[in-house]
Design a protein around this ligand. Structure first.
Ligand SMILES: *[C@@H]1O[C@H](CO)[C@@H](O)[C@H](O)[C@H]1NC(C)=O
Ligand SMILES: *[C@@H]1O[C@H](CO)[C@@H](O)[C@H](O)[C@H]1NC(C)=O
Ligand SMILES: *[C@@H]1O[C@H](CO)[C@@H](O)[C@H](O)[C@H]1NC(C)=O
Ligand SMILES: *[C@@H]1O[C@H](CO)[C@@H](O)[C@H](O)[C@H]1NC(C)=O
Ligand SMILES: *[C@@H]1O[C@H](CO)[C@@H](O)[C@H](O)[C@H]1NC(C)=O
Length: 407
């Protein structure tokens, strides 16, 4: 019997389809003033949930919705430009992203930046945008440190929210001690330390509530025997964030050592359900080798923590459009369905920004002539702590855990 615990995470996202407004590109009478949004996202590497082929269709949907609305930003027209945050090898880069940000700033003087997504490329851009006082709206930049940057608005699920969720778990069961965090961290690799940053959210929140935690980092050559020993000495509630095959090895080792597994609970943090094949596999222990049996038994102590896809028709419709546009514009077939939550949150960001811009301009009228870009801070302030209301079609981004149905 699966047991579900859900927590409302973030914004509700309104989704409207339909395009076909009268402002077509060939319309000579459209003399509205251009408002540039500058996106900084990985152009080619679709392993990232915020890669351009995944997100651009969502941004274009949102921009088209805003530009077709005759009341939201009258006289203005959103316009999207894009820079690449990848290095030559196709990875997120903390040196490319700020260079691209400076180039875009000089060339277009954007009213807002969209992205970046990766933590290391976002952090210098967050510093610049805060210095320039230009809003930076992103559904990435999930690390807990971004809450200190004045210009940054996160519309996607952040690791702070993951921390709040784990705190909720701890409180629900009255667990005050023996929490343990185990995570992969290969500092010399090209990745963005996703496991480290995810666990940091949990670490911070539990620490604030004085829940004693012990953290353990898995480096390149993992001594599973030692890890099991550390867990037995220090943990009862164990949050593990690493690739699935490493986690499975760990659980198999645990079982082989005859540990009293029923005294432990493991939360496997797999936010986009990548280890579960995007949620398609209900048997994450299965690899078709001699360890399947042990793994299956050990996984009885495991709960998997992932984001949850909404089930409402509006979201379904949004994803259908997203897939069609990604195919048409980028010849890209979207498969990993939970990644669409990120695209939806970018959509959300454009809508949120437009609403905040409307309110700012309504209150701070500029004189005659072209409308001036308002101080970023005035707009950003109106985006924080906001949810949309009054829109019938919306969804919530949730986290959930599920017990695996292990016989
Ligand atoms: C151009 O836009 C105006 C609205 O500003 C609309 O009335 C007109 O029909 C459009 N013309 C074309 C050719 O799309
Ligand atoms: C955590 O412990 C510190 C020092 O013992 C105390 O001041 C603080 O109020 C505690 N916080 C919570 C949330 O219990
Ligand atoms: C689209 O992608 C597929 C496989 O990824 C490739 O075989 C095909 O040539 C591409 N089509 C175009 C028009 O680029
Ligand atoms: C903001 O939106 C309202 C209604 O949605 C509209 O009446 C108003 O003109 C807008 N204000 C600005 C400054 O665009
Ligand atoms: C947003 O909400 C948090 C907690 O509810 C609060 O601490 C913070 O000051 C609020 N920020 C703004 C800009 O309203």
């Amino acid at each position: 019997m699966p047991f579900w615990l859900r927590l409302l995470l973030l914004l509700s996202v309104p989704l409207i389809q339909s395009d076909g407004c009268s402002f077509s590109s060939g319309n000579m009478t459209d003399d509205r003033q251009k408002v540039t949004l500058a996106a900084i996202l990985p152009t080619t590497n679709t392993d990232y949930p915020w890669s351009w082929p995944r997100v651009a269709p969502a941004l274009n949907q949102a921009i088209s919705r805003v530009n077709c609305d005759p009341w939201l930003l009258p006289g203005l027209k959103l316009h999207l430009v894009h820079g690449n945050s990848e290095n030559n090898a196709g990875y997120c880069s903390d040196s490319m992203a700020p260079l691209v940000a400076v180039d875009l700033k000089l060339a277009h003087d954007p009213w807002a930046f969209i992205g970046p997504g990766c933590d290391y490329s976002s952090s210098p851009v967050a510093r610049f945008t805060t210095h320039w006082d230009v809003p930076m709206v992103t559904a990435g930049a999930r690390a807990i440190g971004f809450k200190t940057y004045g210009a940054v608005t996160n519309t996607g699920p952040t690791h702070l929210k993951l921390g709040e969720f784990s705190l909720k778990i701890q409180e629900t069961f009255g667990w005050q001690r023996h929490a343990m965090l185990v995570y992969s961290d290969n500092k010399d690799s090209n990745d963005d330390r996703p496991y480290y940053f995810a666990v940091e959210g949990v670490y911070d929140l539990l620490r604030i509530q004085n829940i004693s935690t012990y953290d353990y980092s898995l480096e390149n050559d993992i001594n599973y025997k030692l890890v099991v020993q550390k867990i037995r000495e220090n943990g009862r509630v164990v949050y593990v964030c690493c690739p699935l095959d490493i986690f499975r090895n760990l659980m198999v080792q645990f079982w082989k050592e005859g540990a009293d597994l029923e005294n432990f609970v493991f939360f496997f943090i797999d936010l986009f359900a990548e280890g579960l094949g995007g949620g398609r596999s209900a048997r994450p222990w299965y690899q078709g080798d001699q360890d399947d049996y042990a793994a299956k038994l050990a996984f009885r102590s495991v709960k998997v923590l992932t984001y949850m896809e909404p089930h409402n028709p509006e979201y379904f419709q949004f994803v259908e459009t997203l897939k069609r546009d990604a195919k048409e514009s980028f010849n890209f077939t979207i498969k990993d369905s939970l990644y669409n939550l990120v695209a939806a949150s970018f959509y959300d960001g454009v809508m949120l920004y437009s609403q905040a811009l409307n309110e700012t301009l309504s209150q701070h009228r500029t004189g005659p002539g072209p409308i001036k870009r308002p101080k970023g801070d005035l707009v950003t302030r109106r985006m924080w702590n906001r949810t949309f209301s009054g829109d019938p079609s919306r969804f919530h981004v949730c986290l959930f855990w599920t017990d695996l149905a292990v016989g």
